[in-house]
Design a protein around this ligand. Structure first.
Ligand code: MSP
Length: 521
């Protein structure tokens, strides 16, 4: 890996109108796993998350809470930082759109757009959904109960008529299509790419990018009656955090364009259509990739406050454990698809994949070393073909996982690791070190060495997904803290040192014994 190669990854910035829920934790978790993976692979990573604090939706939530918007955003933004701590996220920066650095950047991109004739003053007349902070054409609306007009997302809309600045989005249709064509990896997964392309082919209208009917936003430069449209403001956070408007700064040069913007499918259009158009119009580089993941349901039901089935990330962590929650969310669903959270499925994965497959593998091997070898890592004899195949299988994991992680196929990356975990369990059964103990003690030592070394390699690879458990496992095989990157998987200098003292093994993935066990089976 070339030294100092950079990797810039972002989460959406979250609206502070409400408390964090599983959707927020999910997007950031995916970024966290990828950020950790890249760091362990030698990249200089910049991982950004934060909160989206302006706009009518937040203003309204603050008014409903009877607090002024600034105090309200302080309070709710803090809950998102708390979530990040609870989940062990390793972001390098947490941006808030009310920060001076961001207001400066948002106004600077506005000026670049106006200077280039990409924004003009007009008047907006049309439908707006506060919940989505989005404009809709009459033809997109459906009717709800009592003939109420609804956006395609189900959000109520209101009629807006006011002076507004417009961005010449209509002029960008061909250039956007050309951009998608030239950068086939820009939108992922593929099905989403087709969706966006056909939306753009359907024709684009100029976009209203300022409002005068409320105040909670970034003031439009040189026209204080207007505040910037919250999406133009919010999207700009990705370049603010890279150092914009100083496009000559070391950080901007290093990190922009971003490698991946991770988003939920509901906000893909803003990221894959508006955002590259804004940037190209401002003569700035568009990001390299936007990945849209799916949505979670809870036991088959859409998650909603009215149904009272909101999943709080903190509750999952309390009940099942942090690493278990991280593992489940990334393993259960092919990343990009919708997924269902079910307690039964959570418990099954915890017990069969974590406790049985992975946990028992380590427990069996390490307790045999503790019991029969006084906890001292054995000196291996010559490796047999089977031993070598086992070590190689684990040694190939970094190369096997790189393309999967670059495609954000987290579930496949985990499955690929489990292929090796299962192979290691087959290896133990076949080698039967408990029989060798009586018949061929030196050979038992070799087998246990191969197993402990395999566990060391596996634990390095599971760090991005399950950082705490992996660290415990690495401690259990006496792996030094500075020898845990992917380069150390096969570096002979990092291999388990014969004679090393291994601590008394502790179970790392306990079986879940909660009330759900057997439930619904
Ligand atoms: N503020 C905007 C993003 C601006 S980015 C420049 C926003 N904020 S949000 O708080 O509504 O973001 C929510 C994120 O959580 C989105 O990526 C959305 O897809 C995700 N989820 C919300 N509910 C979800 C589920 N039930 N399941 C998975 N993710 C979901 O949009």
């Amino acid at each position: 890996m070339p030294a100092n190669q950079s990797f810039y990854i972002t989460t959406p910035i979250y609206y502070v109108n409400d408390d964090p829920h599983i959707g927020h934790a999910y997007t950031t978790l995916a970024c966290d796993a990828l950020a950790r993976f890249k760091r362990l692979d030698g990249y200089d990573v910049h991982f950004l998350t934060g909160t989206d604090e302006h706009g009518q939706k937040v203003e309204k939530a603050a008014a409903d809470a009877g607090v002024d918007p600034q105090a309200f955003t302080e309070r709710v933004s803090q809950r998102f930082r708390q979530l990040a701590d609870d989940m062990g996220f390793t972001h390098d920066d947490f941006i808030r759109t009310t920060e001076p650095r961001h207001i400066e950047a948002a106004q600077a991109i506005w000026k670049r757009l106006i200077d280039r004739g990409e924004i003009y003053l007009g008047a907006y007349e049309g439908w707006y959904a506060i919940r989505d902070e989005a404009f809709y054409a009459e033809s997109e609306l459906t009717k709800g109960a009592d003939d109420e007009k609804l956006a395609p997302t189900g959000a109520p809309v209101e009629w807006v008529e006011e002076p507004s600045y417009f961005f010449r989005l209509s002029a960008w249709q061909d250039r956007l299509l050309e951009f998608y064509e030239k950068h086939p990896d820009f939108i992922a997964p593929n099905s989403r790419r087709n969706e966006v392309t056909s939306f753009v082919k359907g024709g684009l209208q100029d976009l209203s990018v300022s409002r005068v009917s409320f105040k909670w936003g970034v003031p439009v430069p040189d026209d204080a009656d207007h505040v910037m449209y919250v999406w133009l403001d919010a999207l700009t956070n990705y370049i603010t955090a890279a150092g914009f408007p100083d496009t000559e700064s070391a950080s901007y040069k290093k990190f922009w364009p971003a490698d991946v913007h991770m988003v939920g499918k509901d906000i893909l259009r803003f990221h894959a259509v508006y955002w590259p158009a804004f940037l190209m119009a401002a003569e700035l580089d568009p990001p390299k990739r936007v990945f849209a993941h799916g949505w979670w349901t809870n036991e088959g039901q859409k998650i909603s406050k009215t149904l009272g089935n909101v999943i709080k990330p903190h509750d999952l962590v309390e009940r099942y454990g942090l690493d278990q929650t991280r593992y489940f969310l990334l393993r259960e669903v092919p990343f990009g698809n919708d997924g269902d959270f079910s307690r039964e499925s959570m418990v099954t994965r915890m017990n069969s994949e974590l406790a049985n497959d992975y946990g028992n593998l380590a427990q069996r091997a390490l307790s045999m070393i503790a019991k029969n070898l006084k906890g001292i890592a054995p000196e291996p004899g010559a490796f047999t073909e089977d031993d070598q195949a086992m070590l190689n299988a684990a040694g190939e994991l970094p190369a096997a996982l790189r393309p999967l992680m670059d495609a954000q196929a987290f579930h496949e990356a985990l499955e690929r690791i489990w292929v090796v975990i299962r192979a290691a369990n087959v290896y133990v059964d076949r080698q039967a070190p408990w029989v060798l103990r009586k018949t061929d003690a030196p050979r038992m030592g070799t087998v246990l060495y191969v197993l402990a070394e395999t566990i060391r390699r596996l634990a390095i690879m599971t760090q991005p997904f399950m950082p705490d458990a992996s660290a415990k496992m690495l401690d259990a095989v006496a792996s030094p803290g500075d020898k845990r990157s992917f380069g150390d998987v096969t570096d002979t200098a990092a291999m388990l040192a014969p004679g090393a003292e291994l601590p008394k093994p502790q179970p790392i993935f306990p079986r879940y014994q909660g009330e759900e066990e057997g439930e619904g089976a």
